[in-house]
Every structure is written in C-alpha cells, then in structure tokens.
Design a binder for this molecule. Structure first.
Ligand code: ADP
Length: 247
C-alpha cells in the first residue's frame, strides 16, 4: 500500500516529558474510512498520542503525515482547517443556544458565537446543518436549547459541531462515557455512519463497545504499540492479556 492510501501515517513518533518517553518511537497507519480504536492501560500514552496528532502537544521527533502532508510543524488551529477534528470527553457546546445555532456557529467562517443570534444562514450553511443534524440523529431537536438535551444528545451535538468543519479525520476520547445502554447503541451506529467517508480514531475502555465499532484495534503500553489488528486477534494475544485485558 502506498502512503497516499492512508488518511494518517505516524512514523517513529516520540515525545518526552522531563526525560520520560510518553510516546516512544511509535508508528501507526490509519486508512481512509477506517474506524480505529486505541486501547491500553491508564498511562499507556493514548491521550498523548491524540494530543500529538491534533497539535495540542508538540512532538520531540518523528513524522505525522495527514493526507500525505507532513503536519508535525503545523499549529493546532491549522490542523483543524486541514481536516483534523478532535473531541474531548467534556462537551463544549453552547448550552444557551439552540441545537441549530450550535451547528451554525461551528461552520468554519471565523464568526464569533456572539454573532450567532443575529446570524442569517446562507443556503450552503443551512444545507450543511440539515445534513449534519440528520447524521447525528438530532433533526427533530434543531430548535431545542442545547442545555436541555440529554447527556448523550449533547455528546452527539458536539460531534455534529466537529462535522460542520468537514473533518477527514475525527478523533474521539471515550465517546460513550456516562451514556445509557440505548445511547451507546446509537453512538455505535453514529460512528459507523461517520466513518463511511472519514477516518475515525476512538480511545475506549469498554470492550463490548470496542467489539461493536472497531475495524482494527491498537493496543498501547508504555508509549509503544503492544499489538494491532482485529479485536478477536488482539484479545487472544498473550502479551495483551498479560498487560491489559487480564486485569
Ligand atoms: P493514557 O491516555 O493512556 O491514560 P496519557 O497519554 O494521559 O495516558 O499519559 C501517558 C504518560 O505521559 C503518563 O505517565 C502521564 O503522566 C504522562 N504525561 C502526559 N502528559 C504529560 C505532561 N504534559 N507532562 C508530563 N507528563 C505527562
């Protein structure tokens, strides 16, 4: 496979904090339309890896290619424009605005949230809002104040806000934390829809959920990749059982 077939190519990536290698010479390739799940014990380096890919943390060495372009020196806000979206665990939606307004202000036009109330959406923006609302399952909630949504709906809205920016790589940190069983199922369906035309990387601890969503699983341990492959393969790997799944 040539490197152009990957959405993301991370090679020999390293970052040290006061001499401690949190990511240690790590190489990872994620295909277009792939849903990759990263698992591993606490402190394995999962969050740090996503921080390096989105540009929140600066790497000490190695390479990160997104759509075949080296992005290691590109600042975080420009990586967003290139098509890298990152959702953290805590939702950062505007609770006092409607679902519609939350989506509209996320359109990448540099508009401030304060302008949202007097804002007139162009047909382009309205079409994108409708498409994204359908994708996240909130078409019938567009006029609802975001603060009144359920916990799961708030998480989906935040995913929708990222989708407004048309990412080609979406990274999610424990997307089902605090969700009901029904919301978890709907989130699995949402992630399957999203990766039909984007690459998705998810950090997740819930193994039942991982089995439901992952095309491939990467197991991290001490800043390195311990195992990688389909879930059935990695969960039968003695190294993985030893450091993670066996506990
Ligand atoms: P995980 O997400 O797998 O639980 P993290 O990526 O949060 O692991 O952390 C990996 C290791 O790097 C941990 O030992 C953590 O303490 C350390 N670490 C992460 N960020 C920093 C930082 N900014 N400064 C110092 N140490 C850090």
């Amino acid at each position: 496979m040539s490197s152009t077939d990957f959405a993301l190519a991370v090679e020999d990536l390293t970052v040290s904090f006061d001499g401690f290698k949190a990511i240690d010479d790590l190489t990872l390739y994620v295909d277009k339309n792939e849903l990759r799940v990263i698992i591993g014990p606490n402190g394995a380096g999962k969050t740090t890896l996503l921080d390096l890919i989105c540009g929140k943390t600066k790497a000490s060495g190695g390479s990160i290619k997104f759509k075949n372009e080296e992005i290691l020196q590109i600042p975080e806000h420009k990586r967003v424009r290139l098509g890298i979206g990152r959702k953290f665990q805590t939702p950062s939606i505007y609770e006092n605005l409607s679902v519609l307004q939350n989506l509209e202000v996320s359109y990448p036009s540099g508009r401030s949230v304060w302008g949202a109330l007097a804002f007139k959406a162009t047909p382009d923006i309205s079409a994108r809002v409708q498409a994204v609302a359908a994708e996240i399952g909130l078409s019938d909630k567009l006029d609802t104040e975001a603060g009144l949504l359920s916990h799961g709906q708030k998480q989906w809205l935040e995913i929708g806000m990222l989708l407004m920016q048309e990412p080609e790589l979406l990274m999610l940190d424990e997307p089902i934390a605090g969700m009901s069983a029904k919301e978890r199922d709907l989130t699995a369906e949402l992630l399957h829809r999203i990766c039909q035309n984007r690459a998705v990387i998810v950090i997740e601890h819930d193994m039942d959920f991982v089995k439901k969503i992952a095309h491939k699983v990467t197991v991290m341990h001490q800043g390195k990749i311990l195992a990688e492959g389909p879930m059935e393969q990695v969960q039968a790997d003695p190294k993985v059982i030893d450091v993670y799944l066996g506990h």
